[in-house]
Design a protein around this ligand. Structure first.
Ligand code: SAM
Length: 242
């Protein structure tokens, strides 16, 4: 998969060289290219913004600069992602869909955001899909943090990126629709707290049942909305008792 990120702060994307994403890039599983939007400016001051038409606070990013950048970076069939607090919520499901794409382009806004004609223009084109995505109901200073989130959430779903693919199966927000059960490691006792006895029993069926019960309890107490969304057909007799 190829991912291009366009930003006025390319250094903000430096963490994409670290950890699993960095390794995926080094091994050729993922091709990430970070661009400085100012490369596409044409004036001496490398201006990317201007005052809002109609007045008001702040500055708006210019459509001509973004248009030049995106025309160069987008390839036919690419999916253009525009982080914005007014976008559709970015979820694990969004990450799963995006993980099936060949080419993502992430346009990082700053200031009051990007001139709305940019999204309108690319939406009107047959060869590009456009999605405006929000990380959540809060306002960040720029789209770079959102780009980091999107790249990491998508990259770990690509085959070969996470060493043990089984790690992805029982995770929170996965196919089971539950939050993950609590996890423990050595030592068996710490700060007066013991690892639950069942986990050291070696009894796989009991461990599986305990984990499922804990996942259900945790989801019910922390995210009742997820329990309400569960398909009743996915529940068994023991689940209902929990
Ligand atoms: N004036 C905009 C509004 O009220 O919708 C907020 C602009 S914000 C200060 C600047 C940039 O940060 C946005 O263009 C977007 O790229 C990014 N951003 C801020 N909050 C975000 C969020 N919750 N999700 C995704 N991107 C966000």
């Amino acid at each position: 998969m190829r991912i291009d990120v366009v930003s006025i702060f390319p250094a903000y994307l430096a963490p994409l060289e670290l950890s699993l994403v960095g390794k995926a890039r080094a091994s050729g599983l993922l091709d990430v290219r970070v661009h400085d939007l100012r490369t596409w400016t044409s004036d001496r001051h490398r201006t990317v913004d201007d005052t809002p038409v109609g007045g008001g606070a702040g500055m708006v990013m210019r459509p001509d600069v973004w248009g030049s950048a995106l025309n160069d970076v987008l390839t036919p069939g690419a999916h253009l992602l525009v982080p914005t607090p007014s976008g559709e919520r970015f979820t694990q499901r969004t990450a799963e869909i995006l993980a099936g794409e060949q080419h993502l382009v992430i346009a990082c806004g700053r200031y009051e955001g990007i001139d709305a004609r940019v999204m309108e223009h690319y939406r009107s084109r047959d060869d590009v899909r456009v999605t405006e995505v929000s990380l959540g109901d809060y306002v960040l200073n720029g789209g770079e943090v959102a780009a980091l989130v999107v790249v990491e959430a998508v990259a770990r779903l690509l085959p070969g990126v996470v060493g043990n693919p089984h790690s992805l199966v029982e995770e929170s927000h996965g196919a089971a629709g539950l939050l993950e059960y609590p996890v423990y490691t050595r030592p068996p006792s710490w700060a007066g707290l013991d690892v639950p006895e069942v986990l050291t029993s070696g009894h796989h069926a009991r461990i599986e049942r305990w984990r499922r019960d804990e996942a259900l309890r945790r989801t019910a107490s922390r995210r009742p909305d997820l329990v309400a969304a569960l398909d009743p057909a996915s529940l068994d007799r023991h689940d209902v008792a929990v």
